[in-house]
Design a binder for this molecule. Structure first.
Ligand code: RIB
Ligand code: CA
Length: 313
């Protein structure tokens, strides 16, 4: 009996952690990545597109990459070169640039692909701000239930932000787009920055262990050069963290998530200090309808085993 490969679309603001998540999906034999759509976030759209194209080529893949939205729905773009480097890929001198994305705007391609597949056939994994997805679902609300599920790297399960005290970067860059997704009625799984901070940090020794699995492992760790510096001065974690890869790990194997209650999550749009926060109703006392599978705990061992296995070559 052949086990059907799940079909994935990945939406990304390709920088150093996104690139590792892309490699994981491209190397996992249990899934077929049918498209990569790019959105502005970590870096401006043109750079994110080039980073995605470089990563796909480095992986020896021909999966098409489509350019999407260059700015959030209602506010100006805030990028994160301070975290990922000017090129978003650690500023280690990679020959990035000069590659051509597939024709068509990402939002139009997402619609075409959803129309061309049966309901429940496509899984969407989002690794960046949700601008492309917000526009898609505002144009076609019915797509929310045509998708098998949406797994997002975004928000926080514990209210501890990484760009403000309360907000995580992907949601904070485009809260209006995030609100559209969280209200859309799709099967939504949230892997927040709390999960990255608690289960996906890498000390030098742990990074060297990944580096040793081969060419892809070395690339995956080398491009974290700027994030590593930022961790020492900014987030003050024990090492750099890999939010998109652990979110991708949950998408590839949900058993990586060891506690994932179904809760109500709303996006704060107006708070002076809390705009962009994912407000998680852990107790259920608000009575709001539950809409999100919120990962609250994960297995670092399962994540690292998957990361090293998929990057080994
Ligand atoms: O907050 C972390 C998220 O913001 C990650 O997806 C990172 O790549 C940035 O997009
Ligand atoms: Ca990202």
């Amino acid at each position: 009996m052949t086990t059907e490969r799940r079909k994935l679309i990945i939406d990304t603001d390709t920088a150093s952690d996104d690139a590792v998540a892309l490699l994981m999906a491209l190397r996992d034999p249990s899934v077929e990545v049918i498209a990569i759509t790019v959105v502005a976030g970590n870096v401006p759209l043109p750079q994110a597109v080039q980073n995605a194209l470089y990563t796909v080529e480095f992986a020896g893949s021909t999966v098409p990459v489509y350019a999407g939205c260059a700015a959030p729905l209602t506010q100006k773009l805030h990028t994160a070169e301070v975290v990922h480097g000017q090129d978003g890929m650690g500023d280690i001198g990679l020959p990035i640039g000069g590659r051509t994305p597939a024709p068509g705007h990402a939002v139009d391609v997402l619609a075409e692909l959803i129309e061309a597949h049966e309901p429940g056939e496509l899984t969407l994994v989002t690794l960046g701000p949700l601008t492309n997805i917000g526009i898609l679902l505002s144009r076609h609300p019915e797509y929310a239930t045509r998708l098998r599920e949406v797994v997002i790297m975004g928000g926080t399960g514990d209210g501890v932000g990484n760009i403000t005290a309360a907000a995580e970067f992907n949601i904070w860059v485009d809260p209006e787009a995030a609100a559209i997704l969280y209200q859309a009625g799709t099967k939504l799984t949230q892997v927040g920055w709390d999960i990255s901070r608690k289960y996906a940090t890498f000390t030098k020794e742990q990074a060297d262990q990944v580096r040793r699995v081969g060419r892809l492992g070395k690339f995956a760790m080398d491009i974290q050069a700027r994030v590593n510096e930022f961790a020492l001065t900014g987030t003050k974690l024990v090492g750099f963290d890999l939010p998109d890869p652990i979110a991708m790990a949950v998408a590839l194997d949900p058993s990586v998530a060891t506690d994932m209650p179904f809760l109500n999550v709303v996006i704060e749009l107006h708070g002076e200090h809390t705009r962009g926060a994912t407000v998680v109703d852990h107790s259920g006392y608000t009575g709001r309808e539950r809409n999100t599978h919120v990962v609250l705990e994960a297995s670092r061992d399962r994540f690292v085993e998957m990361l090293e296995r998929l990057l080994a070559d």
